[in-house]
Design a protein around this ligand. Structure first.
Ligand code: SF4
Length: 311
């Protein structure tokens, strides 16, 4: 089972400052079928009570951020960072993390960041726990609950989650053969998300003589960063047209034209991505091709999550 970290309040634990939760429908009723959650509440973990006083994130002149209990001024930054550090091994087993938005501990972006001693703030902070998590696990796919309501961002997070879980499942210590096979399997996905990264990573792997841990770590961070941007219609169209080339000797002129037309209709927003993909799967059954059959692009996550219908 794929292990996913999650802010406890998002799966209904009543751990928020006001004694409530912030249950995420998608996490509780859809994604839960495919993952095993590791629920963590950093604020409870460092010993704060329920209910508890508010916490304020402050941006300091040296560019760092601190978290204070607003009422007492107690600085809890180190405790929140340490909460992540002592769980380093558990966090390293995860393939993704869903964080609660806006929280001074868990928020991934746009958390209210105050100027010390003042009331003015801007939405520019990252929660202390989330920041430490990013430092410890730079390749780990992370997303906030609210952003998962957007079909493109939801699809993108789940896609990264499943790709990263495949990486985590590779036998350790990593060997060059497995890394090359991983890269080959995700080539079209990379092409759809980030063409420059697709080319650069292919070149680096092509020139690789011996695999070492630092190369592997750098490689997977680059792959996950490349996939973090949802694929555009133009890039999907490029991939679909590329795939079409594999069938040129199998299809009749009429079939080729119908396929080309369907791809253009997808590009124009008249058909969902799932339409040309379904036709390609059909042709793959009729005319098997090992390279394409192994591509995660056609089915990067379980179909029952219905993530591509809105794309
Ligand atoms: S946002 Fe994070 S710290 Fe706040 S209640 Fe949820 S899990 Fe706990």
């Amino acid at each position: 089972m794929i292990k996913v970290g999650i802010s406890s309040c998002l799966i209904g634990h009543k751990v928020r400052y006001d004694g409530g939760h912030k249950a995420s429908d998608f996490c509780q009723n859809d994604l839960n079928e495919f993952v095993e959650y590791l629920p963590l509440c950093p604020e409870i973990g460092i010993g704060l009570p329920i209910p508890r006083p508010s916490i304020r994130l402050e941006g300091l002149e040296n560019g760092t951020t601190r978290a204070l209990i607003t009422k007492t001024g107690e600085d809890i930054t180190t405790k929140l960072r340490d909460f992540a550090d002592v769980r380093k091994h558990q966090l390293n087993e995860l393939s993704g993390y869903v964080l609660c938005a806006k929280s001074p501990s868990c928020g991934l972006e746009r958390v209210r960041l105050y100027t010390p001693g003042e009331k003015d703030n801007r939405k520019a902070g990252v929660g202390i726990f989330a920041q430490r998590l990013k430092e410890l696990e730079p390749a780990l796919p992370m997303e906030e609950d609210g952003r998962l309501n957007d079909p493109h961002l939801r699809e993108n997070f789940v896609l990264r989650l499943f790709v990263y879980s495949e990486w985590k499942a590779l036998p350790r210590p990593l060997n060059k053969k497995d890394v090359l096979a991983f890269h080959t399997r995700h080539k079209l996905l990379l092409l759809a998300h980030n063409q420059p990264a697709y080319r650069a990573l292919g070149k680096r792997l092509g020139e690789l003589e011996q695999l070492n841990e630092s190369f592997a770590q750098d490689y997977i961070v680059q792959v996950m960063n490349a996939l973090a941007k949802p694929a555009s219609k133009a890039n999907h169209t490029n991939v679909l047209q590329h795939v079409q080339g594999y069938f040129k000797t199998n299809l009749s002129t009429v079939e080729r034209e119908a396929l080309a037309q369907l791809i253009l209709e997808y590009r124009a927003g008249l058909e969902p991505l799932s339409a040309p993909l379904a036709l390609f799967k059909h042709y793959l059954n009729l005319y098997p091709k090992d390279y394409l059959a192994g591509q995660s692009y056609f089915q990067p996550y379980p179909q029952s999550l219905r993530l591509r219908y809105g794309l």
